[in-house]
Every structure is written in C-alpha cells, then in structure tokens.
Design a protein around this ligand. Structure first.
Ligand code: DQQ
Length: 539
C-alpha cells in the first residue's frame, strides 16, 4: 500500500482523488439522494472550486458524476462556492449558490436548475442568464456574503433564505424574501446576529419536532416545534448551534435563554467537523446532517503527496433531545448494512488499571457500540473550579487518558499499535463539581502517531456530556473507526467528536482495539458489540 492510500478511508465519503470541502445542497429527489460538494478538480489543496456531484440510493454507495456547477460566467468566474437546494412545490429542484466575481473574492448569489428533469441523476445543471439573483447592497461586506440556505416559505407565501455575513465582527444570518424565487429583497433585520462571533459561514436554519425524532421540512409550520440555527465560525472552524423560537411575525429567530451564540455555545461536533448542512429526507421522514472533516496531517505537502484531502463525515440523523436543550445525532441506519464480522461481550468487569483487547474484528475499519456501568459516583474526582473557564478540550489536555482518576478515565483505545506506541483514546472522565457531576468525553489525538512532524495537528478534542448519572449509572459510546478517522457518539449521540489521525504502525491489519479503565472505580462493560466494516461502492 502506497503512502497515498494508507490513510484513505474505507466507508466514509470520498472521491477517488483531489481536495474536497463543504457538503453542498444535499437533497432527495425522485428516489435518488444527491450530494454536491466543494471540489478542486486540479489538485489536492483548496482552489479552482467547482461543485462536484455524487448520487446514491442509500447514502452509503455512491456514483460520482461530472461536476454540476463550475465557474464559467461573469457571475461565478472566480469560484462556485457553497449553497443549498430547495425543492419547489411543483417538484422542481433549484440550487442557490455563491458566485465569486473577482479576484478579491467579491460574492453574489446565483441559482442553477436541472437541464433535464427526466434524467434520474440530474447530471446537467443550467445557470440561467438572469443571474446573479442577489448582489450585496452598500451595507454588506461583499467579501463576507455567502452560503445561501435552503429556502422556506412563510404563511404569506413568500420564500425566505438566509445568507451568512458579518459586520464589524458581528456574525449574522441576513434574511431575504421572494415571491417568485427570482426577485429577492433583503429584510430590514437579519434573522439573527451576534456580536464578536466573526463571519458566519454555511448557516443552516431548520425546524425540529418537540414530539418525536422525525424530521421536518424547512417550510413546516405547525405547533410543537423549535428551530435550530447553526453557523460555522470562521474564527475557529467549528460548527455551533442554538435552539430557539422562530417568531414568524417579526421574522426573527430568538435563541432560548440557555442557548449561547458563538464559541461558548453548543457544537454539532467537538472535533474536526465543519461547514455542515442538513436536509429533510421525505423518504424516511428524518433530517440528516452532513459535515466536512478536513485533513490534520499538517503541511500542504502531505496533501500533495497523498493526492487527496478531505472526507465527509458519516451522514447523521438529527433531532431534538426530549429536554429541548440540545440536538441528538446518530449515524444513519443505512450504515449498519456495512457491518460484517461481529463480536459481542457482556458483563465484563474492568478494575483499576485494567485493559483488554477486542479481538476478532478489523480494528482499522470498525463500528463499536459499548455501554459502561458503575455502581457508585463516590470516586468521581473533584472538578477544579479553575477549569470552569476553560474549554473541555483544555481539561482533556490536562487530565488525559493515562493519568489515574476516580470514575474514569475509561473507554476505547482506537487505532492502537500492539504495544501502544500509538493510540487514539476515546473516553469518559467523571468529575464532581460544586452542584453537579461533569462528564467529560475526550477523543485525544496526542498519541495517535509516531510520526515526527511539527505541523501535524493532534488536538485533545473534548466536550461535556449532559447526562444524569445519579439516576442511571451508565454511559454509552459508539465509535466509527475508519483508518484515519475516529467518529464518536457519546450517550446515544448527545456529544459527538470526530478526530483525524495518521498512525504509522496501527494501520490495516496492524491496528488494534482495546478497552481500558484508568480510574479506581470498577467499570462494567454491560455490552460491547463490534463489527468489521465493509467498503461500499464509490466510483
Ligand atoms: N467554504 C466555501 C465557502 C464557505 C467555506 C468555499 C466554508 O462558501 O464559506 O469553498 O468552509
């Protein structure tokens, strides 16, 4: 296996070569799922951006088609950047995307429509001559004006979209309205904005049900819904969201009291996951979110040597937690069709310092679901009040997976070499704070590779998990391991963390998987199910 391929993923979405970034305009149309994405047809670093296009019947096996949108006209000559799809009521899809019109990155919004609706794959897209549809007015920073959302229709019959922007470091979702989808007028106020958050890239705005896990169409109007506004923060490259109320009279979104905008807020993923976009899947009545996960191996040189860069995370079903306070995300059920050899364990105790190997599956390409229990919270370490001001990631860096604790650290050591020279631990550590327990979930790349390369990014990604351990002394973890990615879901999808790692020893058959407990409290593995994962068709 050449250096080009050793870290390629097996079951994550990737084209055969070259650079990819943001997922664009995911949609379901007449029996086919479409995924477009930002793509450089000429190389494996960002540039020459076109809209690559792939189609699928199951979101797992993909056919790569010719690019659907590429710069050619005055209104997108310098780039076809991110955007979204809307299916109009006459069952006609339309794409809105950002066109870059000069070498200074000035931006406008354009539309494209399928050339031939009877082609099941919608291979060809037309960019009509009445583009651009929207140009920035004088109040808008024209280099920070991009990434139109899927449109939704209000009771007044007008379409609405938001476009990401910024004014004096205030991030905002600019609101536009249209009757015919062609003539758009800017609303007086943004749908929402927030100071000191920087530019909002790839905003996403959608309703979620208060009643069940089903998804809702963007235009859904009814009772028992909340709304979610997600934006991708340019300043630190993470996807943040708030949950709130959409005041349709004022046409404003108001985050709930406990929901914070910006980098102190909730994150879709506490790891490498950016520019995500969701869509409503009418086939299975669900909302699905796609996110881009970038390379972390350092210098553009590595990307050039590999000939490829970037993957899309596994599509996740997304819904509102019954508490109403956060979203839940879970890998789409179709992923389970790739499960092959299985091994199962029940009721295995792990006392302090114990570690054992999960054998019998391919540890470089696997799906693992494990549920841990413990009989008491008494041994939980004290939460240092100083940490309250830190990000979870910093606490994970301080405490790690090897420093002995009380209740935890316990979890999985993924992509591990036989003698643990390399490993990426995904684990929990429970602390006792003044009023409650704090559950830290970490995915720590610090020991993931022997490779010496200062540019390599090896963060101790982490997030807190909002669970009540007093009633239920249990924590579950699911990890999708795929050669250079470990995508993990804590407590049934409450906290998600994706890491990109580049082991030198723990590759293919030399990768191992362990379960460990470095806390003094004994942990029981109630069940552990692990599967080797097959490679879907992607050509
Ligand atoms: N990527 C696109 C932009 C977007 C950014 C350009 C986010 O439209 O704001 O490739 O990664």
């Amino acid at each position: 296996i050449s250096v080009k391929n050793v870290h390629r993923t097996g079951f994550h979405f990737q084209p055969p070569k070259n650079w990819i970034n943001d997922p664009n305009a995911p949609m379901y149309y007449n029996g086919v799922y479409h995924l477009f994405y930002q793509y450089n047809p000429k190389g494996s670093v960002w540039g020459n951006i076109v809209w690559a296009h792939s189609v699928s019947k199951d979101l797992i096996n993909w056919i790569h088609l010719e690019p659907a949108i590429y710069p050619s006209k005055k209104f997108d000559k310098y780039g076809a950047w991110s955007g979204s799809a809307t299916i109009l009521p006459n069952n006609k899809p339309v794409i809105l995307y950002t066109g870059v019109v000069d070498s200074h990155d000035s931006q406008v919004q354009n539309y494209a429509i399928p050339a031939n609706l009877s082609d099941p794959f919608l291979r060809k897209w037309i960019k009509p001559n009445n583009n651009p549809l929207i140009v920035p007015d004088n109040s808008i920073n024209k280099t920070e004006f991009r990434d139109p959302t899927t449109a939704w229709m209000g009771q007044d019959g007008l379409w609405r979209i938001v476009i990401g922007s910024m004014r004096k470091h205030r991030g905002m979702a600019l609101l536009y309205r249209s009757r015919d989808f062609i003539k758009w007028a800017k609303a007086q106020h943004p749908l929402h904005s927030s100071p000191h958050t920087g530019n909002w890239e790839c905003p996403d705005f959608f309703p979620v049900s208060l009643k069940n896990t089903n998804g809702l169409d963007a235009s859904y109007r009814g009772k028992n819904v909340k709304h979610v506004l997600k934006n991708s923060l340019d300043v630190n490259r993470f996807d943040y969201y708030t949950i709130g109320m959409y005041d349709t009279k004022k046409d404003r979104y108001i985050p709930d009291n406990n929901s914070i905008d910006g980098s102190k807020g909730l994150r879709l993923d506490y790891g490498n996951f950016y520019a995500s976009k969701s869509f409503y899947d009418p086939m299975k009545n669900r909302r699905i979110v796609w996110g881009w996960t970038n390379e972390s191996d350092g210098l553009p040189d590595d990307e050039i040597k590999k000939g490829w860069a970037g993957i899309q995370a596994i599509p996740r079903k997304v819904w509102l937690d019954p508490s109403g306070k956060q979203l839940i995300q879970w890998p789409i059920e179709e992923l389970e069709t790739l499960r092959k050899q299985k091994i199962q364990l029940n009721n295995k105790k792990l006392s302090k310092g114990e570690m054992f190997e999960v054998e019998g599956i391919s540890a470089s390409q696997a799906d693992i679901e494990v549920s841990f229990s413990f009989s008491s919270l008494n041994k939980a370490e004290q939460f240092d009040p100083k940490w309250a001001d830190l990000y979870a990631q910093d606490v994970c860096a301080i405490k790690g997976s090897t420093i002995q604790g009380g209740l935890g650290p316990f979890g999985l050591a993924t992509l591990a070499s036989k003698n643990l020279e390399e490993y990426t631990p995904v684990f929990f550590r429970v602390f006792k704070a003044q009023k409650n327990y704090k559950v830290l979930m970490c995915s720590n790349a610090r020991r993931s590779t022997m490779r010496q390369n200062e540019a390599m990014y090896k963060p101790s990604f982490a997030g807190y998990v909002d669970v009540d351990l007093v009633d239920m002394k249990k924590l579950s973890l699911r990890s999708l391991i795929d050669n250079s990615v470990v995508e993990s879901f804590g407590a049934g999808g409450k906290t998600c963390i994706t890491s990109r790692v580049y082991p030198m020893l723990a590759i293919h058959n030399n990768a191992h998987l362990f379960v460990f407990n470095n806390g003094s409290e004994t942990i029981t593995i109630e069940t552990l199910n692990a599967w080797s994962m097959d490679v879907p068709k992607m050509h």
